[in-house]
Design a protein around this ligand. Structure first.
Ligand SMILES: Cc1ncc(COP(=O)(O)O)c(C=O)c1O
Length: 391
């Protein structure tokens, strides 16, 4: 086997890869597996999205290279949506960049900003693309534990000076995967100030901005004063429109950062299929009409999950947003050991908190991927493990 690079060797295992293999193995053995692992709901995209893809699939103009410009109508619809949703004005040509899913931008942006020794602040637990991108680009990932005592926020003001002075990138993600935490306005304001003082780029991952409940409306960081000088925000069609496999998202905000990311990407990819971008226009056009019903579905699943978990004796807070529930592992067992028992004894796939970073230890995550009935069935099965660990 040829030698692998030091950067490659520094990557941890990607948590979801193992779960897919475990699911296949158990199903081959005839186990009725309930998969609450990946954030990939058993729901359909809006019908208008599928219809639009059908319409444009045979149009030769959509078969050409997209390049980083992508479909002009998609850029324009993104700018229109940012205005409708957040009251934020962005220039579709200079302050927006279409992405092949938001992961594309989150993972590639460190290549534009990090030299050896430069630090990137990364939430731990967190979406693994942050760590992957920073590690492969040769930067220094500085993981900060998200803990309940800090409301799952990163206390940027408490970073040691030896790290703060080297910080070039700060990843934030609220509403947060996996903890489901949300950030108050003053936290966004402090983060913008921190990045302005340190000449760091603030990367706000807003993949869950539309999956929020009980009247809570997540904000865009671009709504805050000074954000446009330091911040870009990543959006995704994956969760809002059940389009995980379509691979479509965008980044909006600070124009120099957008130019830099666009240049990196132009050496690595040639953009998402224009037909998918046309379907993305239909998705954003359907936002007012279609998204509330989808959120209502997630809310019913959330309520079933939290009710079932509580009845089974778990400590599970009601999330204000995201498609997850973040649950304490009972009885001091490690999150990996508990998740392995859940899979092997009860056929339920949950995400061990520790697989998303050491800061996630003591918790497991369930994703609201299945119907209320299946969710209740899953929580009852998990409850049996709870009794086992109490014996
Ligand atoms: C916090 C967070 N950001 C980004 C993504 C990636 O989304 P996309 O499908 O747009 O790449 C995910 C997917 O699970 C996520 O949880």
């Amino acid at each position: 086997m040829p030698r692998r690079s030091t950067r490659f060797e520094a990557l941890p295992a990607f948590p979801l890869a193992e779960m897919k293999a475990a699911r296949r193995r158990l199903e081959a053995e005839g186990v009725d597996v309930i998969d609450l692992g990946a954030g990939d709901a058993s729901l359909d995209p809006p019908p208008a999205v599928i219809e639009r893809l059908r319409e444009v699939a045979g149009d030769n103009a959509h078969s050409r290279y997209p390049f980083q410009m992508g479909l002009p109508a998609f850029r324009e619809q993104i700018a229109s949506w940012m205005q409708r949703r957040f009251g934020v004005t962005v220039d579709p040509w200079a302050e927006v960049l279409p992405l092949i899913g938001s992961k594309d931008g989150l993972a590639h942006i460190p290549f534009a900003f990090l030299n050896e020794g430069d630090a990137a602040i990364i939430p731990d637990p967190g979406y693994q693309a942050y760590l992957g991108g920073v590690t492969l680009a040769g930067g220094d990932p500085h993981l900060v534990a998200l803990r309940p005592e800090n409301d799952f926020l990163i206390p940027l003001d408490e970073l040691p000076e030896s790290v703060a002075s080297r910080t070039r990138l700060v990843y934030l993600n609220y509403p947060n995967n996996p903890t489901t935490a949300t950030a108050p306005d003053d936290y966004f304001e402090q983060s913008i100030r921190f990045c302005a003082e340190r000449e760091a780029v603030l990367l706000h991952d807003n993949a869950y901005s539309e999956i929020a409940f009980d009247g809570y409306r997540p904000r865009s960081i671009l709504e805050f004063d000074g954000a446009r000088d330091v911040a870009v925000e990543f959006h995704s069609l994956s969760k809002t429109y059940n389009m995980t496999g379509w691979r479509l998202g965008w980044v909006a905000g600070n124009r120099e950062t957008i130019v830099a990311l666009s240049k990196v990407k132009s050496f690595m990819d040639t953009g998402q299929f224009l037909g998918v971008q046309a379907a993305g226009v239909a998705a954003l056009e359907s936002w007012e009409e279609w998204v509330p019903g989808n959120v209502a579905t997630f809310k019913r699943r959330r309520d079933a999950a939290v009710r079932g978990l509580s009845e089974a004796g778990f400590d599970a807070a009601l999330p204000k947003a995201t498609m997850y529930v973040w649950v304490s592992v009972p009885g001091g067992e490690s999150s990996q050991a508990f998740s392995t028992r859940a899979l092997e004894q009860e056929g339920v796939i949950v995400m061990p908190g520790g697989a998303l970073g050491a800061g996630g230890e003591g918790f497991f995550r369930i994703a609201l991927t299945v119907t209320e009935e299946r969710m209740l069935e899953a929580t009852q099965r998990l409850g049996r493990l709870q009794r086992d660990s109490a014996c």
